[in-house]
Structure formats: C-alpha cells, structure tokens
Design a protein around this ligand. Structure first.
Ligand SMILES: [Zn+2]
Length: 324
C-alpha cells in the first residue's frame, strides 16, 4: 500500500512537472504523413502526483476522453485506492485499451500470424532487473488485451545501494516513490506473471511450461537472451521454459522493411509513430514497442520467432539477415 494522502501532501514534493501532449490520435491515424507531427511527451506518476490535490489540471488537458494520459502505476500493480476520485481518474489512465484504438479497415496487407497473441516485453535495469512490463496484443486484431506490470526489487543489493540505484534510474522520471511502494522480488514477479498467463490461457504446466499460442516480442535480444537468465541466476531460480524462444522485432523490421533499425526510437521515427510517455520507463517503452508491432502487423509483416535457446549456452538465430 502507498502512503496516505495526508503523508503525501505533508512531506513529499512532486519531482517533475506533469506534462503532455495530445489526444485522440491512434498510431494508425498518425501514420499518414500529413498528420505526422513531432511530438515530445514526458510524463509519469509520483506518489505526490497520485494525490489529486497536489497538481492542478492544466487547461489544455480538460474533457477529452481519448487523449493520452500516463498510467496510474499503482493501478498496474493492483494497488490504486483512488478509483472513486474523479480528479485522479481524470489525470491518470486506469485502462490500457483506450490509448490503443485500432481501425481494422486500414489493415489492407494483413497476414495470417502463427501466434494468436504477442507478449511485448521490455525489461529495465542493468545490474538487476527493476521493472518487468508485458503488453498482451491480439495478433489478429492487433488490439491490446491486457497489461502485466511489476517493479522488481533487487535481491543482491544493500538497501542503501537500492535507494541510490532507484533515485538515479526512476527519480528523474518521478516514479521512485511508486517503485518503493510496489517493488517485489523477481521470483514473486514471475509467480504472479504465471498466474496472469494462466488467466489468459497462454501458459500451463500441462504445456511443459511453454507458452500456448503466444510468443514474447522484444526490441533486441538482450531481454530474454541475456538479462532473464542472469537474473534467474542471481535469484537462484531455474530459467522458466517459456523463455526458450522469442521474437526480436528489430530483425522482423529489417527483413520486412529492408531497413536496419538500431533501436525502438529509430523504428518509431522511420514509421512516423510518435513516442508517448517516458523513454526508459519500462511500461512506456513496452507500449511504444507495441505501437511499432501494431503498425508492422497492419503493414503485413509476419511476426515469427527469431531466436531459440537450444541449451543454456547455445542460442540459435533463425534469420539470416539480422541486427547484430
Ligand atoms: Zn490510480
């Protein structure tokens, strides 16, 4: 649970200005060149911002139901207790589907996909994993079905080191308070993730621990190839079988558009998709990668497995042309 509103208003100062942006434009409508605008969005939530009395609502943000808002990161952890507060709901999104409106009629080239669902994953944390966000995307409609988001508490660091690490990493994004209020150890995150996968019928012990009808989509190989096994090692866990294979969206991008993109921002720039939220806040990056994936599905890319782990040391890359 997070601190009471009284405690928040008494002692804590918002770390960054709340600012955004634009509304009512889906990634797909934005794709037409005439409508493309250079957009810069910087936003997030701190505990103080979570208190509706602490930040006034800027005039340009009133009334529209479809404008983009930052997600309530307490809500993504199932810990928002302000759902009855209209001012809070006005300020922070509590549903991920609103910002991902998709017009299927624009999908002129859409291909049949091997998977029914994609799990867009974008980890944060260099020393240990600090954030584990996953966006669940319907492969047929490209709609966002659900979202799993947990902040992760390192298991091999002193409290002081964690405080410094979080201050440096999330302090500037204004979400260090919510991180401290919600972060749990990696093994608990994966337990909760497995419950979530099971609820969506995407995973089960009867499947040998593999994913059902779905695959991870990441921007690069680092997340599943390197960081997850490293963290499992640090957390003294066996690597779960569902991390055996994945889709590196940059390789799909290279083979489909015949262009080399070094990162998420390059893909977004080239596809003229505005980036929303805070870069390097995992949940916002995962949503931006989702926007790229949605566009590629609509454009007719076949989004298939690009890498597979044959043994702990042996990862096989399935595309000849790939980003190295
Ligand atoms: Zn909330």
């Amino acid at each position: 649970m997070y601190r009471s509103a009284t405690a928040i208003s008494r002692g804590l100062v918002p770390r960054m200005a709340y600012s955004l942006c634009f509304g009512s434009l889906s990634p797909l409508t934005l794709s037409s060149a005439s409508q493309v605008r250079k957009l810069s969005v910087s936003t997030s939530i701190s505990a103080a911002q979570h208190d509706p009395s602490s930040t006034p609502t800027p005039s340009h943000k009133r009334s529209s139901t479809s404008r983009w808002k930052p997600m309530c990161l307490y809500h993504t952890h199932g810990k928002c207790n302000m759902l009855n507060d209209p001012a809070h709901l006005e300020k922070f999104s509590h549903s991920c589907s609103e910002e991902f409106k998709v017009d299927i009629s624009e999908f002129v080239n859409k291909q049949r996909q091997k998977f029914d669902y994609f799990l867009v994953l974008d980890l944060e944390g260099k020393v240990e994993i600090l954030e584990f966000p996953v966006v669940l995307v319907d492969a047929e409609t490209t709609r966002v079905v659900d979202l799993f988001h947990r902040f992760v508490r390192p298991s091999k660091m002193s409290e002081q080191r964690i405080d410094e690490y979080i201050e440096g990493k999330y302090g500037k994004l204004g979400v260090d308070r919510v991180w401290h209020d919600t972060a749990i150890p990696f093994e608990e995150v994966l337990q909760q993730f497995e419950v979530w996968l099971t609820q969506h019928r995407l995973w089960g012990k009867e499947l040998g621990g593999h994913l059902n009808r779905s695959a991870f989509v990441t921007c690069g190989n680092w997340d599943v190839k390197t960081k997850i096994p490293q963290q499992c090692n640090v957390s003294k866990m066996k690597l779960p079988s569902y991390f055996i294979e994945w889709i590196n969206l940059k390789d799909i991008y290279l083979n489909f558009y015949k262009r080399r993109a070094t990162g998420m921002m390059t893909m977004m720039r080239e596809l003229q998709i505005p980036s929303l939220g805070s870069h390097h806040l995992g949940i916002d990056d995962a949503k931006n990668i989702t926007r790229v994936l949605q566009r590629m599905l609509a454009d007719g890319a076949r989004v298939q497995i690009t890498a597979r782990r044959n043994s702990p040391e042996d990862v096989e890359f399935l595309f000849k042309n790939r980003i190295r």
